[in-house]
Structure formats: structure tokens, C-alpha cells
Design a binder for this molecule. Sequence first.
Ligand SMILES: *Cc1c(COP(=O)(O)O)cnc(C)c1O
Length: 493
Amino acid sequence: MKFLSTRGKSQVENASEAIVKGLADDGGLFVPEKFPDLSKDLNKLVEMDYSQRASFVIGSFLSEYDAVALQKGCDNAYSKFEDGDPAPIVKVDDGFYIMELFHGPTIAFKDVALTLLPYLLRTGADFTGIKEEILILVATSGDTGKAALEGFKDQKGIKICVFYPSEGVSDMQKLQMCTQEGENVKVVAVKGNFDDCQTAVKKIFNSNEINQKLKEQNVILSSANSINFGRLVPQITYYFSAYCDLVNSNEIKVGDKVNFVVPTGNFGNILAGYYAKQMGLPVGTLVCASNDNNVLTEFFADGTYDANREFYKTTSPSMDILISSNLERLIFEISNRDATKTAKRMEDLKKTGKYDISKEELDKLSLEFYADYSDAEEGEETISEIFEEYGYVCDPHTAVAVNVFEKFRKFNKNNQQTVVLSTASPYKFPQSVLKAITGKTEKDAFKSADRLYNETAMPIPQQISSLKQKERRFSGEVEKDAVIDEIFSFIKK
Ligand SMILES: *Cc1c(COP(=O)(O)O)cnc(C)c1O
């Protein structure tokens, strides 16, 4: 299957190239030439386990990948999740389900894609004839870094170097990264905030001189960030899987529509739901939930995307984003795949921080999406309310989604079943969750986790409890100008 750029000036012949390149040469994002139609396959998918569903859904885009090897790749990736299921569904109330995407190696939903990406990338690189060693560079504000490290550790022919801002990741996130095991990994704290860190890494990607020097040492750069199609495609599976699980537990019949509520940052997760719908999954409304950084809520309300606003640091940091990169793919679709229009809008965004869509396009979006946000106070209240009412403990990102679900419920006149996506374990943010449930503050992350366990009896994941004993392999911090030296000293090893 061919992949086109959203900006129209570039295309590649297959998924392998799209995954290896990450970004199209014209700066656009790769989109499949067309969406495979799986509407006739739902009954078949219902009978399968998660890993089989994954290889079926993913394989429908990756025609050049060997089906048996892809199945093996999926089996291997998803065996790393509790009970081999990356997306179990919990029934909270009538018509209200939570899909828990946090039972993987790093207890955040990014594991679903990043456990499989190494296989997709390695196979894609072999297919396109790449002989060099691949160096993955990641700038992270928290969850992506750890999930990428865990996914790529000890993968042959691949090295990974993660940069995180010394100010701005949570205690647990920092500990998770600094204790990372594996021979091919490196973790560096960069003095400054996330923007400093990201800018330093982007400079390296964009420098011909550095790329040339790396090539002389038999190394090419690649990225694992959420605009890569290889990150997006594994996420489509769990929308199908949730639907099939609801059929299997007799909550719905094949053909019924289901809504999904998604706590959104870079728009990758919810876009995968939109793609599932294009592929024939009976999706009702896609609900886009934001925190105080509610640029998307306003976009869906009035058709203007305006990133010129105050940036808030919230208790749901993975959603603290003003430029949602994957939205470009949605804009491309609703303009009837008009690449010229999309390129112009992205140019406007770059120049002025802002762009508009037409009234007609906005009307189209309103038929498929509902968007709202939850402020800091509402998020905290939601954690305590849902615990009081249902005994369910959720993290601050999921709380944003649950709060927006409560707002959406009033509009859901046709009584469709709704699945809220839960994106992180509450134990990844124990201080915030403890405060929401007990009203008390505890600075220390491990003490907070213990107290949270005493309050809720929700088991502490081994990924958290084992952190205490783990050796800290990476310490210290560097200036942003020193990022490049760190990379060269790492690849020489
Ligand atoms: C990354 C992340 C999100 C946001 O997902 P997007 O695909 O960027 O919209 C939400 N919650 C958690 C916990 C995350 O790690």
C-alpha cells in the first residue's frame, strides 16, 4: 500500500518506508492511500484474541510484511502485558465502560504501540535495505521516553537515547527512566524545560552535517514519536478489540454503535479511533477530552485552531500540549484529502500559531466528534467521586476523560454504550491521586503509593514497587549545547 504526505509533495511505495522515515520529505505526515474496509470482518475478529486482532488490523495496512512474522511480532509484544491483554474492559456502570490501556511494561498506554514499534521498524528497515545501525532519538516530557526505552532495549541493530528536561517530569517518571536496563540505551537529563530539550533534539535531526558525520560511523537517525505511522497503527487495534469484547460479553450486538472518550494531547490516540471508524468499525461519537490546555475544545467548537494562549502545567502532564501534531491528519481527511489546503493551514500555524477550517468542514466534524475539557478542580473531584461511587481508582489523565464523559452523557440521547480510554495507572501519579481521594498531601512518591494502597486496596504494580531497589544507571544533567557530544560518545561505545 502506498502512503501519501498530508502536504502533497511526497509519497512512498509502502508502509516500511513510511515507518522508517517517520516524517515525509515535505514536512507532512504519512497517511495510507486508502483505508482497508474491515466492516465484513467483525464477526471474524470477535472470535480472535488480542494479538490475532492486532496482526489482522495492522496487517491490512502493511501488505509487504510477512503475515506469520507479523503475528509473531504481535505475540511477542503483547505477551509483555498482564494476562497478554493490552486493553481489558471494565464495566463501571450501565452503558459506561473503561478500557484500561496501562497494564504494560511502563504502565502507560504508549506501551501498546511502543512494544510493537521495534519489530515494525526493524522489519521495515530490512525491507528497504537499510544496513546501518539505527539510532532512535527521543525528547520526552515523561511517558514516551520510558515506554520507548523499554520497547527498544536490547534490540539488535538499534540504539536508543532519551533526553528529558531536568525540570518537568514527575518523580516516578524520572526514576523509571534513570533505572532503565539494557546495553543499547542511554538517558540524559537536559538542563531546562521540555521545549529546550525538544529544540536541541530537533536541531540534530535537521542538521545535514551531523547526519553526514553519523553516516560515516554507520549510523542513521530515526524517531519514535507519535506522528510516526508505526506508532499510530497499533493503536487502531484496541478500538476494534473493545468493540469485539463488548460483543462477546453480550453488552452489544455486531452493528450497534459505540462511543469512545479519549484523554487527548497530541491527538494520536483519538485519531486511531477515527481511523478505525473509516475502516468500518461502528463508532458513534468520538469524544475529545482536554485539560486546561483546551485548544482542541475551542477548535471543535468554532473551527479555529489557536495556539496563542497561556500554557498551563497541570496534573495531567501528558496532555499539556498546545500543538497537537496528529490533528494534521484529521484536517487532511475532512478537507477531502486536499493537500494544498492542509499545507497552507500548517504554514499558517507555523507563522501565526493559528488557522481556520470552513463552516462546512466544521459541520462535518461535529457529526463525528464531541469535545469538552475539564479544569484542575473538576479533575480532582472526579477522581474522588468515581472512587466513592464505583470504587474505581483512576489517574489524573483518565479523570479528565471521565469528567468530560459526564458532560457528554447529557447529550448522548440515543443511549449508545460508551467506552472511556484509561491511559495511565494511578500509581504513576500517586501524589495527585492520593490528594484527590484523601485531601492530604504527601510529597514522597513511594509513601504516597503506600498510602494510596491502604486507602483503596488497589494493588501496587510491580513496575512501581521494584523501582525502589533498582540501580540508578543514569545521573547528572547536561547543558543543551552538550546534547550532541552525548550522542557521539554514546555511539562510540
Ligand atoms: C500520551 C498520553 C496521553 C495523550 O495521548 P495523545 O495520543 O498524545 O493524544 C494521554 N494520557 C497519557 C497518560 C499519556 O501518556
